[in-house]
Design a protein around this ligand. Structure first.
Ligand SMILES: [Zn+2]
Length: 64
């Protein structure tokens, strides 16, 4: 049984074996539902690369 992971860009839960793309960041592997989410992550990995602690950081409101 596969463990679901969260796409850090759109917060969708996905199966890693069905992810469109993956990316390592600071020793952690992130998975993405689409290449668009992967591109978004690569442009600004620090915005998305810290799950659970991105609240109010960087002055952005990108998580709606
Ligand atoms: Zn996505």
């Amino acid at each position: 049984m596969a463990t679901k992971v969260k796409d850090p860009v759109c917060n969708m839960e996905i199966d890693p074996s069905q992810a469109a793309a993956s990316q390592e960041h600071e020793g952690q592997t992130f998975y993405f539902c689409s290449h668009g989410c992967h591109d978004t992550f690569r442009k600004d990995p620090h915005r998305y690369g810290h799950p659970g602690e991105h609240h109010g950081e960087h002055g952005g409101h990108m998580h709606s």
